[in-house]
Structures are given as structure tokens and as C-alpha cells.
Design a protein around this ligand. Sequence first.
Ligand code: B12
Ligand code: SF4
Length: 509
Amino acid sequence: MKIKFVNPKHHPHSMNFLHCLDLVGVKYSHMPLSLPTLAALTPPDCAVEIEDENAGAVKFETDADIVALTGSVPQRRRVFELADEFRRRGKPVVIGGPITFDMPDECAAHADVVFIGEAEYTWPEFIKDFRQGKHRNLYHQKEWINMEDSPAPHFHHLKSAHYASGCVQVTRGCPNRCDFCDIPVKYGGQPRSKKIEQVLSEIMTLSELGYDSVFIVDDNFAGNKPYAKSLLKKIAELLPSLPTKMYFYTQAALDVANDDELLELFRAAAFLRMFVGIETRDAGKLEALNKKHQTGMDIKRAVEKIKSYGITIWGGMMFGLEGDDLSSFEKQFEFIRDADFLPIQVGLLQAVPGTPLYIRAVAEKRFLRLPSIYGLTALSEEELSKATNLLPKNMSETELEMNFARILRKIFSPDAFRAKMVQYIHSNTRNMLTSLPSLNMKTVMILVRLLSFYLFRADMKTRKMFFQVLRVLAAHSMRNLDETVFHLLAYKHMQTHYYKIADICESRR
Ligand code: B12
Ligand code: SF4
């Protein structure tokens, strides 16, 4: 029996860096983890093929017995197009992934079988049923699986040269209860973890495949601090034996700043970046968002402390919060300007199904457009990042969108980015020696493409910013050379992406 797994194309998003991948020389930022995990769950006597449309065109001619699609809500249009095309060609189509949580009926209309939830137990059950010709059309995993049963993904089905980073998932679930967040609802309120030995072996495999960076995709890496500390110690011990000079980045909650031992371990394990959903510095609004782990913290100092361990904070910031009014835009801008993090994900508060915010919004009749579940995504995929499905409380929808557009242009202007990079280089604790990337053909080509972009393709203001940043870098002993180059690459994406969202916000009026 043969199974063809397919990951449909993604649209540009803040953290997939699509607009700068031409400079990096890869097809997509991150490898998809679900499909190599499913490949590992497939009985060894089945032939397996994985096609990631983000890395190359999908081939419709196939001798596979089953076509299995993964997907998230933002990918939904392409998920359904691919499903329809394979079914038209007579192939049984299966759909799984986070899309099925929120759109089970739509998925069922385009597939023969739908999987809801984690598939560690249901996928092998389905293969058995399918072989016996008695499979169901719905497999729903209701209980949380034991993460020790989640196998090491079969990474070798993906071409490492296509991706900027390898990925590893260590835990699922988060102990916090942010009002707008669906992670505790979808993946559980207590982190569940893989065995440390397995995580180390996944990292080793990725290094053997040539990856030099790994994104630990956990929503809150340090949700279980004792486990995180044990793992970090082991990663630090593993580093010298890896075939590539490896570094890591992940996502965590700001309260990691309260634990010096944890921060020291992050540094020892070569964690260079951490995405943190900061959202706002306003204590009242944090309270309203139920971000309890962050209320009462001096956010600016917490960020500086994490930074002092050589870890760059990528901040997630929100506009359109429940207490926001017209004065909030500038206040958020000033905070982003003054605090030592890089704004990477800047969006509007949205109500995601299943969250406390969503339930309250239904009761308060605060929805702008029903039945849209993710803001205005029904109109255009890209609008996901900027549009909201919530009626703002203290301003009109037009005021919200026009001010959001204005502030995005300000946050991602060359001037603001130069100031961010200067602040960043000044405060960094790493130096040229610790941050010198391995010099090989790949890194040389990236530098050549970066230079040629800023010299010949960028506009005047952006070019000027580039040279100013290089000057400051040289004057500060090339501190954090690798990360400065990385963020100069990333800026091409961020500017293009957020200016486009600003255009969309303005053009709909
Ligand atoms: C890593 C990650 C990213 C990475 C890239 C991922 C990639 N490789 O492309 C980045 C940072 C780029 C990213 C961006 C975005 N992401 Co994202 N991301 C994740 C995250 C944290 C981990 C995904 C992962 O690797 N999981 C590990 C694998 C093993 O788990 P899995 O994919 O869920 O697969 C399991 C099951 O779902 C099932 N399954 C999956 N596919 C299939 C297919 C079949 C046939 C079967 C049978 C079963 C099955 O089996 C697997 C094993 O149990 C998840 C949250 C999470 N905890 O999962 C969000 C998540 C997938 N992201 C989400 C979103 C919305 C986004 C963004 C729009 C930004 C945002 N606001 O968060 C963008 C746009 C998408 C994009 N990729 O361009 C949502 C999707 C929601 C939904 N209902 O669809 C999630 C679920 C987070 C959330 N808040 O709910 N993301
Ligand atoms: S800390 Fe992050 S993952 Fe956890 S509930 Fe809050 S937003 Fe969600």
C-alpha cells in the first residue's frame, strides 16, 4: 500500500519570512512536522511519499492508494482545492491537522475521511481499518495522547536544502490561560513532553541531515520548568558532538525572566531567539487578557534581562484590545520603540473559537462578521494577519483599520528598524568570536545576495538604514554579527509583509 502525504502552500505570514527566502536561498522557512510524524506512525510495509507544496509543485499523477492532506485554517483554500482535484482523479482523500478542529464540516465536504485532533493513535488504527475495507469517515482523538508515544519524525522524507530550519516538537499544551489563546483548549492545560533521549536523537538526526538551526515549535517551551531545565542541560552537553554548529530558537512566556538558572541554561544550549507574546505593557489590559504570568512584571526590565543572556526577544504585539482607544496606537508604538525586543508579530486581537474571549464575544454580540471564524479570512488569506472578527469597543472599525495601517508603516519603517538594530547591537552581550557563523559556500552566498539586495534593489531610505546598521556593527566589535545579518535579511520580509497589510487595510475604505 502507498500513501502520499501533502502539505498545501502557505501564504506570507509574519513568521514564515516568505519575502526574504530568495536571499536565504531556500524554498520555505520551516519544515512541516506533522507529515514526517505521520510517516513514522505508518506501518513499515507501506510506501510513503511526502510532498510539501511550499518546496515544489504537487504532482497529481500518482499510484498512491491514499492521499493524506495536512492543513491549518490559513491554508484552507488550497487544502480544499487539492482535495477536490485528487478526488476527481479517483483517489481517497484524508484530511487532518489543526484545520479540522475549527472547520470539521467544511473538511468533511472535501474528504473521504477526516481526522480531528492528535493522530498518534488514530492514524495506525485507520490504516488497519482501511486495509480491511472497513474504515470510518471520522477519527476523533478526544483524550490527550501520551507524548512519549509520539515517534521521532521521519525527517529524511523532506529535502533539508529546501528549509531554513529544522523543527522539533518537545511538548504540547500550556499551563497559562490567556483569554484569546486556543492552545490550552486544543492541546491541553498541562504540558505533555517527549522523552529527553528522543528529543536529543531528533536534534542529532537534523544535524546529520545538515541543518544548522532548529526551531523548537512548542507554544510555551518552559511551561514545565523542571523538564525544560533537564532538557537544556542535555542539549548543552550534546552540542559539541553534533556534526553542524547548531543553534536553537523557540517560543516561551515572559516569566522565563524570573528564573536565572533557566536563562543560563538557555544560553549554554545555544538558544539565540525566543518568541514571546508580550501583547501590551498596560497592566489593566494584561489583566483583561488574563495574562496572569505577566501582570505585575516590569516588562521592559524582563526583556532586558533575557537579552542579557544573549537571547533576542521576538515580540508579539496586539492592537484593538478591548480597552484600546485612539490614544493606544501611539502608546504601543512608544513601548515597542523603547523596549529592547524586535516586533515580529503585530496583529489585531481576534476571537478564536473555543477561547474564553470567543465565548464572551458571542454573548456580547461583538462579532463583526459571522460566520467568519478568523476575521476576514474568507475574503483573502493574507488578511488573516490584520483583520479582526471583533467589533472594536471605543472606536469605529474604520478608525481601527486606518490607525493600524498607519502604525504598521511606522513600526516597520527603515528609520524605526535602524533604531531597533542600533539598540540591539549596543545592548548585546555576544561578540564577533561567539557569533561568527560557520563560513561556507551557503553563508557566503547569503551575504552576497543580502548585499546585492540592499545595494541595488532596496529603496534609498532602506539602503541608508543598511549602511548605518553596518557602521554601528563595525564600531561595536561586530557584536552579534550572525543575528544582525539574520535580521537584515528578515527586514526585507517584514517591511514587504506589513506594508502590504497596511495597503489592504487602507484600500478597503
Ligand atoms: C510551528 C508553527 C508554526 C510555524 C511554521 C510551521 C510550519 N512548519 O510550516 C510558523 C511560525 C511559521 C507558523 C505560522 C503560522 N501559524 Co502556526 N503553529 C505552529 C505550531 C506552534 C506547531 C506546529 C507543529 O509543528 N506541530 C507539531 C505537529 C506534529 O503537530 P500537528 O501539526 O498538529 O500534527 C498532529 C495532528 O494535528 C495530526 N495531523 C496533522 N496533519 C495531519 C494530516 C493527516 C492526514 C492526519 C491523519 C493527521 C494530521 O497529527 C499530528 C500528530 O498528532 C502550532 C501550534 C501547535 N501546538 O501545534 C501553530 C499553529 C499550527 N499555527 C497556527 C496559525 C494560525 C499560524 C499563523 C496564521 C500565525 C499565528 N497567528 O499563529 C501562521 C501562518 C501559517 C504559516 N505556516 O505560514 C494555528 C492554526 C490554527 C488552525 N485551527 O488551523 C496553530 C494550531 C496555533 C494555534 N494558535 O492554534 N506556525
Ligand atoms: S502563554 Fe502563550 S501558549 Fe500559553 S495560553 Fe498564553 S498565549 Fe497561549
